[in-house]
Design a protein around this ligand. Structure first.
Ligand code: SF4
Ligand code: SF4
Length: 143
């Protein structure tokens, strides 16, 4: 198969329009499939450092274990760092937050992408995000 042909075959090869909307924060709320933000060790360390907390204190106050995985608490009822529709740990937000909406499950096909419009008003807004940037974010998440 010629180099690059698999990328060309992707349904979003021409890029996808997405622009996060100001004062939204809907993806940081607890709803269905989006109730879990999984955390790696370095992400916990980074957020704890930003907040001036020890790792232990951060874990006690802001995380829970879900089937052995450390996740952000989303029972207040939303992410504890969502305040006035803004992220209080934006500079150190986890990769899952940084790479939304370019996750494998959202890029499966046009239907899964369009379904995001049910809660994300940034879908199909603004300039096209090019394929290379979409793939960079998808891979950064480990998809
Ligand atoms: S739901 Fe979409 S538009 Fe709203 S904050 Fe999240 S990414 Fe941005
Ligand atoms: S850490 Fe920030 S970006 Fe991630 S869910 Fe919480 S408020 Fe949203």
């Amino acid at each position: 198969m010629p180099r690059g042909s698999s990328d060309k075959a992707k349904w979003y090869a021409d890029g996808l329009r997405f622009e996060c909307q100001p004062d939204c924060g809907a993806c940081c709320t607890n709803h269905g499939d989006y109730a879990y933000v999984y955390l790696e060790n370095e992400e916990i360390e980074a957020m704890a450092a930003l907040l001036g907390l020890t790792r232990t204190r951060f874990e006690q106050d802001y995380t829970v274990l879900d089937e052995g995985y450390r996740v952000l608490r989303m029972d207040q009822p939303d992410c504890p760092f969502l305040e006035d529709k803004r992220c209080n740990v934006y500079e150190a937000r986890p990769v899952q937050c940084r790479t939304f909406p370019f996750w494998n499950e959202n890029l499966r096909n046009k239907t899964s992408w369009k379904k995001l419009r049910e809660f994300c008003p940034g879908i199909d807004q603004g300039e096209k995000v090019p394929l290379v940037q979409i793939e960079r974010q998808r891979i950064e998440r480990g998809d």
